[in-house]
Design a protein around this ligand. Structure first.
Ligand SMILES: [Fe+2]
Length: 406
């Protein structure tokens, strides 16, 4: 690498010197930047081969610089370095939570993106990318599961919805929740708790992996989904399991992914499980998923504040009874079949038209009832005790304004 560069600053990116561990520095070069003249900066290389400098000397040098720069050509090496040294960064008190969060989110989003992208390539690739993700989560687990890290999550609340960052936050919320409520799992020992945290966090990160198999126009449809689109959408938990089939992940991880849309009252999907039939990690993932979805902005929907979101999640839905009556009627009307309802019509063409009309009418009513349910009180979806604990856990950090909720 050359020793001096002149450019508009776009070929370099800034890094904080204290995020670099002098003991494990690899051989990328570090630059300093001089003030711009006519919009052009001068970058001077401080170290070309950091391996030649003794660790203690390097430590002192790193302490004297405010900001360092790395050339874009070495961005991948730097990312690999960060991934390898994640524990040093996350456990370093000199680094602010916001800095840690941004490093963590960037890297974990990358790891999740790789897995989501791998769904289109040979299956062996999925195994590799999930293993990378597991390794990554394992390194970050102490930080991810600590109450203090809620500050990092709070800073990301209210941003635009993005599948990958949403996945990071869901995994992260699962980790914090489980660490704060180990009694729910029978107060496991240190190693067992670690396994549990790892499984639930990975599940949170991959819970929507199956969406890569759903057509884009259905995923991003701003309005109501019609019946076919709804059925397609409901298959995403099962698609995820199919994609992860070869990886042989622990049952706990797969169950949390498969059942993250099951509702406490049995009205969820894909299996309609209720109450104790739904595994605990899946219930936790469900709460984290909905909380983050409600607090994220969409092009067609404004984000809710954490307190508003939790109020909706804990509230009773005024349309729920209507939907249940409607569903019961629909089930009853399934017999006799539509063909016998319109049997008095002798013209076959006209009969088919009438039948189609009835089917479409029922489908439209169902879609209508479902839409009314949205964002209107979701207490039927969650385990009340778990949701309460979720609110208590979030309120342990002063980063969320949850006054009046408890
Ligand atoms: Fe989902």
């Amino acid at each position: 690498m050359e020793l001096e560069y002149f450019d508009d600053g776009s070929s370099f990116f800034a890094v904080a010197p204290f995020s670099i561990d002098p003991a494990t520095l690899t051989d990328f070069s570090l630059f300093e930047r001089y003030p711009a003249r006519n919009g052009i900066f001068r970058f001077r290389c401080l170290l070309t081969n950091t391996k030649l400098v003794a660790v203690e000397r390097l430590k002192k040098m790193l302490g004297t610089w405010d900001t360092l720069y790395i050339h874009n050509a070495e961005a991948q090496d730097y990312k690999a370095y960060l991934r390898e040294n994640l524990e040093f960064i996350l456990n370093n008190d000199a680094i602010s939570i916001s800095k840690k969060t941004s490093i963590l989110v960037n890297l974990s989003t990358d790891a999740i993106k790789e897995t989501f992208a791998a769904s289109f390539v040979p299956r062996s690739k999925i195994r590799e990318t999930v293993e990378n993700l597991e390794k990554f989560v394992s390194r970050a687990l102490d930080f991810l599961s600590s109450i203090e890290s809620l500050k990092g999550i709070a800073a990301m609340i209210g941003h635009d919805y993005d599948t990958h960052t949403h996945s990071v936050k869901v995994g992260w919320l699962c980790a914090v929740f489980i660490k704060a409520n180990p009694d729910l799992f029978g107060n496991p020992g240190r190693e067992q708790l670690r396994q549990l945290l790892l499984q639930a966090t990975v599940a949170g990160c991959l819970h929507d992996l199956g969406k890569v198999k759903i057509p884009e126009n259905v995923i991003n449809k701003p309005g109501r989904l019609d019946n076919l689109e709804y059925v397609l959408m409901q298959s995403h938990p099962a698609f995820a399991i199919a994609l992860l089939y070869e990886k042989e992940l622990p049952d706990e991880t797969l169950q949390a992914i498969l059942y993250h849309h099951e509702n406490e009252d049995g009205s969820g999907y894909p299996c309609g499980l209720a109450g104790d039939e739904i595994p605990l990690p899946a219930k936790i993932c469900h709460i984290a998923d909905v909380f983050d979805a409600l607090t994220s902005a969409r092009p067609y929907k404004q984000e809710k504040t954490p307190a508003e979101a939790l109020k909706i999640m804990a509230g009773k839905n005024p349309y729920l009874d209507t939907l249940k009556i409607f569903e019961a009627e629909a089930a009853k009307n399934a017999h006799p079949p539509v063909t016998t309802i319109v049997r008095d019509e002798y013209d076959p063409k006209l009969r088919r038209l009438k039948e189609r009309h009835i089917i479409e009418e029922v489908a439209a009513k169902r879609v209508d009832a479902r839409v009314k349910l949205q964002d209107q009180g979701m207490s039927h979806c969650f385990d009340a005790e778990l949701l309460k604990r979720f609110i208590v856990t979030l309120s342990k950090s002063d980063s969320f304004d949850l006054s009046g909720l408890l």
